[in-house]
Design a protein. Structure first.
Length: 220
């Protein structure tokens, strides 16, 4: 088993190489280490190796692992990269530093209430169902302008768009579309790309890549 510091260094090297090909700086890309299903003892070595931004899929799992880790390692950021139920908005706003899965009007309303209550504004990405897949979360392309307008009216800090391309299909056209949509709507952030395709995503404008297995190995 390769040690966490080596795995982190390998991923950082790949990010830097992809950025260089695209005429970008590696610093323009935030590596979100997706630690879902991995225990605190698997996460701590990556923090020790210098990784500072982590992603979790579920509020409940993050609540069980992260308060102690954050207390022990100030400066670590926690991002929610999975679907968020509206009834978990209060907990998400309390725990996470960024939410990547804002995808419907009811969640806009729930997050606005939670942020007002907590007196805390948490940056959000609007998740777009980029491949129009019925089983996948995300806002439909046609509904994106209206959802962005609602989020802005509710004073949610929307910083970009997020997508998960369809499995088994070349992801580049989907990343290119997300990049264009973000530009069209004046958004700087593009959360796209995972372990298998983050280099392609970086070359097409990704600002945040969500990498799990390349850092942690296969999920438990």
């Amino acid at each position: 088993m390769t040690d966490p510091a080596t795995l982190l260094s390998q991923v950082q090297t790949r990010i830097a190489h992809a950025a260089r090909i695209a005429g970008r700086q590696a610093e323009e890309v935030t590596l979100v280490a997706v630690s879902k299903t991995h225990p605190a003892e698997a996460i701590a070595p990556l923090i020790a190796a210098g990784q500072r931004v982590f992603g979790e899929n579920r509020v409940q799992e993050a609540q069980a692992k992260w308060p102690a880790l954050i207390a022990a390692h100030p400066g670590v950021e926690l991002h929610l990269v999975g679907q968020l139920q509206s009834n978990k908005a209060d907990e998400a706003v309390a725990l996470f530093d960024c939410i990547h899965s804002l995808d419907r009007p009811s969640l806009v309303a729930a997050l606005a209430r939670a942020m007002d209550k907590a007196a805390r504004r948490v940056p959000c990405f609007v998740q777009v169902n980029i491949g129009a897949e019925e089983q996948k979360g995300g806002c439909a392309l046609a509904e994106l302008p209206a959802l962005l307008a609602e989020a802005r009216a509710a004073e949610l800090p929307v910083i970009g768009l997020m997508c998960v391309p369809p499995l088994g299909i070349e992801p580049a056209p989907f990343f290119a579309l997300l990049d264009k949509l973000a530009a069209d709507h004046g958004l700087a952030g593009r959360s796209m790309g995972m372990s298998d395709d983050f280099e392609t995503a970086i070359q097409l404008g990704a600002t945040h890549v969500r990498v799990g297995s390349a850092l942690f190995g296969a999920r438990g």
